[in-house]
Design a protein around this ligand. Structure first.
Ligand SMILES: C[S@@+](CC[C@H](N)C(=O)[O-])C[C@H]1O[C@@H](n2cnc3c(N)ncnc32)[C@H](O)[C@@H]1O
Length: 215
C-alpha cells in the first residue's frame, strides 16, 4: 500500500544529504571507499528501513546501501537510521530502474530484495525487481562471487523469480519455503516480513549466485 504523502519528507531528505544521496552515479566506483568497508551490500526497495538498519548494526564491518524510490518511505527510513547515525550505511533516494549506472562492474557483493512489489498484472512485469531487465543489470554490478538474496510472502512472485533467475543462468544456492519456521538470528526481519509472520504466513527465501552465468 502506498504511504500517505508527508510534507516533511522532501525537506528532511534534502537537509540530510550527507546520508541521503540523490545522484548516486557521482559515487560510482567509490562506494567501498566512502563507506570504508571491503564488502558492499545493497537493499533495493528498503521501505521504512527496518532491514538495513538492523543489518548494518549486526554486521558493522560491512557496508550497507539502501535504495528507495518513494520519498515518503525514504524519509521515514532516513529519520530512523539517523537516530543512531551508522557509519557503515547510506541511503539512495531514487528509482533503481538504471541501477547499473550507479556502480562499476563487479562493485557490489550482495543484493537484498525484501518483499519486492509483486506487480501481478503482466503488463507491469518490467517493474518487478526480478524481471530479466533487472537481472541483466545485477549481473554487471555483482562481483564474480556475488549473491542475490530474495525474500517474499508472495508464492506467485517467488515462483516467477525462481524461473527468471534460473532461466537467466543464476545458480540457485539455497531455497526455503518457510524460512521463519526455524530461528534465523543471522538475518533481520523486515517491516513487511514482521507483518506476514504475525499473520502466520510462510516466508519464502532464495539465494542466487552469479557463478553459473555464462554471458
Ligand atoms: C512492499 S515494500 C517492502 C519494503 C521493505 N523491503 C520491507 O520488506 O518491509 C517495496 C518497496 O520497494 C520500493 N521499490 C519498488 N520498486 C523500486 C525501484 N525500482 N527502485 C527503488 N525502490 C523501489 C517501493 O517504493 C516500496 O517502498
Amino acid at each position: 500500500m502506498r504511504m500517505r504523502k508527508k510534507k516533511w519528507a522532501m525537506p528532511y531528505l534534502e537537509a540530510n544529504t550527507d546520508f541521503v544521496i540523490f545522484q548516486p552515479e557521482s559515487n560510482k566506483g567509490n562506494w567501498k571507499k566512502i563507506l570504508n568497508k571491503d564488502i558492499l551490500h545493497i537493499e533495493i526497495g528498503c521501505g521504512k528501513g527496518d532491514y538495513f538498519i538492523q543489518m548494518s548494526n549486526m554486521y558493522p564491518d560491512e557496508g550497507w546501501l539502501a535504495i528507495e524510490k518513494d520519498y515518503n518511505c525514504a524519509a521515514v527510513a532516513a529519520k530512523k537510521a539517523l537516530e543512531n547515525r551508522p557509519d557503515n550505511a547510506l541511503m539512495i533516494a531514487h528509482d533503481a530502474a538504471n541501477i547499473n549506472e550507479w556502480f562499476l562492474d563487479e562493485e557490489v557483493d550482495v543484493i537484498h530484495l525484501n518483499f519486492s512489489d509483486p506487480w501481478p498484472k503482466s503488463k507491469n512485469s518490467k517493474r518487478r525487481l526480478s524481471h530479466s531487465n533487472f537481472l541483466q543489470q545485477y549481473f554487471k554490478i555483482l562481483n564474480k562471487n556475488g549473491k542475490i538474496i530474495l525474500k517474499t510472502d508472495n508464492k506467485k512472485f517467488f515462483e516467477y523469480s525462481l524461473i527468471e533467475f534460473t532461466n537467466f543462468g543464476y545458480k540457485l544456492e539455497n531455497v526455503w519455503v518457510d524460512f521463519r519456521d526455524e530461528d534465523h538470528p543471522e538475518d533481520a526481519i523486515s517491516e513487511y516480513e514482521a507483518k506476514f509472520m504475525a499473520l502466520g504466513q510462510p516466508i519464502y527465501r532464495a539465494i542466487f549466485s552469479k557463478s553459473n552465468v555464462i554471458m
